[in-house]
Design a protein around this ligand. Structure first.
Ligand code: G3I
Length: 433
């Protein structure tokens, strides 16, 4: 089992960080759309919607930055309030919003080391980035990211060793003519072993397989390239490729936690049952340590009971629960909100603070300390979120911002950050800002 790395030995002094941050807490700039296109169809959809038409009322603890963003001046470091990894997905290398190349990269790094203890690569540790050709692994960009985490006493949650989606599937794996299971096993081992030998203990966990469930697929499993090559060995089994990938990761002997990760598996009973079927199949061979819930959620959907029930199912199996990709869009486009009606006012900022708090509270109340795999948000600042592209693609409407994360575009902290902190500190959740 894993140890949480000791942040205090490596990170910058909070005083230095605070001084650096102070220079960035200027009025919030206009937020642009997401910096990258995304092709994943994954999102939790529902017929419910959330919006607030209440008049805004500013409070002394919150600054209205005039363009609809509200900020707080945190007197805490979020990760220090938790005894489990508190993570953030980041862009790196030459991506938009890269923590190494963006114009505000230094400030971005400072906010990240101030409030988080774990990083997930939003993209650059996916399959084709690390393993573009059968005999070629390319670790340079990922090493820069993992090295940054290592230097700052943080861990990394690896994402993802096997995922069906789009361009990130290495071309050589398609129409592969050799032994597919052996190739997949080498893929997993090559990646896990690299980080384990270069940065021992830093990549502490992996999404070994991501998004294998599909209600429209065969027996509820997605008929991906991997499924087609290595389907269930017999009726009622989980797909063989999942077993092969987890077995390979386990066989490395690395002290890492192995997760099965999926979306829309809290309120959706069918998808939850399939997720649990995969977990049970892997648990028989002691091949899995936990289940990742992506949790791309909305203000009122799924319900807190849905989260509790889903987490409890995993806890009952003695497996870890990790919130792997949390974001809370303040609008549900599938519920019919028109983007020109969107206004992120003080009431909505307060409701979102309460929503983040409630989600974190349910996590803490349902998952015992020894099974808390971590709590990760999918991006740092609202303007970098993948959701605007997702909503545009899904509806054709122009969603400029859906304010789903914990920091404003100018890197100032939102009341939502206070919400998570309240839950981590055992304080009651409220919408006061
Ligand atoms: O910069 C690249 C370029 O080099 C590349 O050749 C080209 C390929 O289309 O476009 C650019 O890549 C984009 C990449 O983000 C980096 O910005 C891709 O088009 C774009 O599709 C990709 O979107 C990502 C998406 O996964 C697909 O990989 C999103 O940023 C990322 O947030 C999203 O994350 C997923 C999780 O991995 C799994 N769970 C759902 C979640 C949201 O969809």
């Amino acid at each position: 089992m894993l140890q949480i790395k000791n942040r205090e030995t490596a990170k910058l002094s909070p005083l230095i960080v605070s001084a650096l941050l102070a220079t960035t807490l200027t009025a919030c700039g206009g937020s642009s759309g997401g910096g990258s296109e995304q092709s994943s169809s994954s999102s939790e959809s529902s017929s419910s919607e959330s919006s607030s038409s209440e008049e805004s009322s500013s409070s002394s603890s919150s600054e209205d930055n005039t363009d609809g963003a509200f900020s707080i001046d945190p007197d805490f470091q979020l990760y220090a309030l938790a005894d489990f990894p508190v993570g953030v997905a980041v862009s790196a290398a030459g991506e938009s919003y890269s923590i190494f190349n963006h114009s505000d990269a230094t400030q971005r790094q400072n906010v990240i080391t101030e409030h988080f203890s774990e990083l997930t690569a939003g993209n650059i540790m996916k399959m084709s980035y690390l393993h573009p050709q059968e005999d070629t692994f390319t670790f340079g960009d990922a090493d820069e990211l993992v090295g940054f985490a290592d230097t700052n006493g943080m861990t990394v949650h690896g994402h993802a060793l096997v995922w069906h989606s789009g361009y990130q599937v290495p071309g050589f794996m398609e129409n592969y003519e050799g032994d597919f299971a052996a190739m997949l096993s080498d893929h997993v081992k090559g990646i896990v072993n690299h980080f384990e030998s270069e940065f021992p203990g830093t990549v502490a966990s992996w999404d070994v397989v991501n998004e294998a469930v599909d209600q429209g697929g065969e027996n509820g499993f997605r008929q991906s390239l991997f499924y087609n090559e290595l389907p269930p060995a017999s009726e009622g089994d989980i797909p063989e490729y999942i077993r092969v990938a987890f077995q390979a990761a386990r066989d490395t002997g690395a002290e890492i936690d192995l997760y099965y990760n999926d979306y829309d598996n809290t309120a959706n009973d069918v998808r939850l049952a399939k997720t649990l079927e995969i977990a049970d199949g892997l648990a028989e061979g002691d091949l899995i340590d936990g289940v990742g819930f992506q949790m791309h959620v909305y203000m009122t959907y799924p319900s807190l009971n849905d989260f509790e029930n889903a987490f409890q199912e995993v806890v009952d199996r003695g497996l870890k629960v990790k919130v792997t990709e949390l974001d809370v869009a303040v609008v549900n486009p599938y519920g019919g909100n028109a983007p020109d009606e969107l206004e992120y006012d003080a009431a909505l900022a307060g409701e979102q603070k309460q929503r983040f708090c409630d989600i974190a509270r349910v996590y803490l109340e349902t998952v015992p300390a020894e099974l808390r795999g971590g709590f990760t948000v999918w991006g740092l600042t609202d303007d970098e979120s993948w959701l605007m592209n997702q909503f545009r693609n899904a509806t054709g409407a122009d969603y400029d911002d859906v304010w789903p994360l914990l920091f404003n575009a100018d890197l100032s902290a939102k009341p939502a950050l206070q919400g998570v902190a309240d839950a981590f500190q055992g304080n009651a959740c409220n919408s006061d800002i």
